[in-house]
Design a protein around this ligand. Structure first.
Ligand code: URA
Ligand code: SF4
Length: 216
């Protein structure tokens, strides 16, 4: 008997990404993505938000509990901290395009019915979701990408990425003949978990300041 392979067994969003789509069409298509198993337990796809004309793209890890409920990236505690840090660094959060390396919330529960606890996405899930991020980058063509933490770094710069080695610096490369500049920094959630929150927060603001400088 022939077995039917579920699309998520292929671990790629590729078949779900429409050719020649604008951001609205891309977002609509992503809502139905089954490119990896993460869509099963999560509530919805959390696609990027912001204008196709944005000069800056912020890339996080994956939606959290609040993002999964509301369907928008960075609307929970980490997002609130990020908005504050961006404003302090001189960047209007409303002008950035904000997205994540992985578009579904991955979580575990301590017990059935208990609160959902964030679980880091695997390299396989990050790779599967990569076509959505690539399509967003191709449409928005941001002048600068702010890389928020290790997952975004691995998704954009490869598995050898270490945030501590490159945070607060401007990385330059060419992608399909187009120059691309990236400024990595820590993930805002790591600031919330830090022993010295104030110091960690100031570090984030300083890195974002490098991004603002680079934009001119
Ligand atoms: N953390 C992320 O990386 N992204 C979100 O959208 C929210 C929290
Ligand atoms: Fe598709 Fe990404 Fe969701 Fe996996 S995490 S189902 S690849 S949108």
């Amino acid at each position: 008997m022939a077995t039917t392979r579920a699309p998520e067994d292929a671990y790629t969003a590729e078949p779900f990404v429409p050719d020649g789509a604008d951001l609205t069409a891309l977002r609509r298509a992503a809502a139905g993505c089954r490119g990896c198993p993460l869509h099963r337990a999560a509530t919805r796809t959390v696609f990027g938000a912001g204008s196709a004309d944005a000069r800056v793209m912020l890339v996080g890890e994956q939606p959290g509990d609040q993002e999964d409920r509301q369907g928008k990236p960075f609307v929970g505690p980490a997002g609130k901290l990020l908005d504050r840090a961006l404003a302090e660094a001189g960047l209007d959060p409303a002008e950035a395009y904000v997205t994540n390396a992985v578009k579904h919330f991955k979580f575990t529960r301590a017990a059935p019915g208990k609160r959902r606890i964030h679980k880091a996405p695997s390299l396989r899930e990050m790779t599967a979701c990569g076509p959505w991020l690539a399509a967003e980058l191709a449409l928005v063509e941001p002048e600068l990408i702010v890389v928020l933490g290790a997952t975004a770094g691995k998704a954009l710069l490869g598995p050898a990425f270490r945030v501590g080695e490159v945070r607060g610096t401007v990385l330059e490369r060419e992608i399909h003949g187009r120059p691309e500049r990236l400024v990595p920094t820590v993930h805002p959630s790591s600031v919330l978990r830090a022993d010295d929150r104030e110091q960690a927060y100031q570090g984030l603001v300083a890195d974002l300041g490098v991004a603002v400088q680079a934009l001119g």
